[in-house]
Ligand binder design. Structure first.
Ligand SMILES: [Ca+2]
Ligand SMILES: [Ca+2]
Ligand SMILES: [Ca+2]
Length: 140
């Protein structure tokens, strides 16, 4: 099925258990309003994806399996149909939270997005023009 691909490049130290990190929350929103900053994630717009829908989930990631800065560690495919009713001019917001189950360390975790073409041509969403990252880092 046609999907949007969101790619995570986690940045952790190598060795022992230091390369492990948990992705504990992932939510994706669309909104006509760009450049929003808020601590109330639900206010970002229309929710398109929530990895905790139906129950708490998390992902254990070993950054050392594809070690090196700029090298991807996880891919998330969200069906284009989840974005039904959105406008080609909408902004896409991705909220992620790391470190609850395995602590985050070293550098920032980074996301980017790729439009995976539909075999049929036209997609419901014109493109992921702006991807705003709302990051929270657990410090304790
Ligand atoms: Ca990496
Ligand atoms: Ca979770
Ligand atoms: Ca990190």
């Amino acid at each position: 099925m046609p999907s949007y691909e969101f790619r995570l490049d986690s940045n952790e130290e190598n060795g022992a258990s230091k390369s492990l990190i948990s992705l504990d929350r992932l939510q994706i929103f669309t909104s006509a309003i760009g450049s929003q900053t808020t601590s109330d994630v639900a206010s970002l717009g229309t929710q398109r994806y929530d990895m905790d829908f139906g129950g708490d989930n998390w992902v254990k990631i070993d950054s050392e399996l594809n070690a090196g800065s700029g090298r991807g560690d996880m891919r998330v495919f969200v069906p284009v149909s989840f974005f039904a009713g959105s406008s080609p001019d909408d902004f896409v917001y991705l909220y992620s939270y790391f470190g609850t189950n395995y602590a985050s360390g070293d550098g920032f975790e980074e996301w980017d997005a790729v439009l995976v073409p539909s075999p049929g041509g036209a997609l419901a969403l014109g493109g992921v023009g702006v991807l705003t990252l709302v990051r929270r880092k657990r410090v304790s």
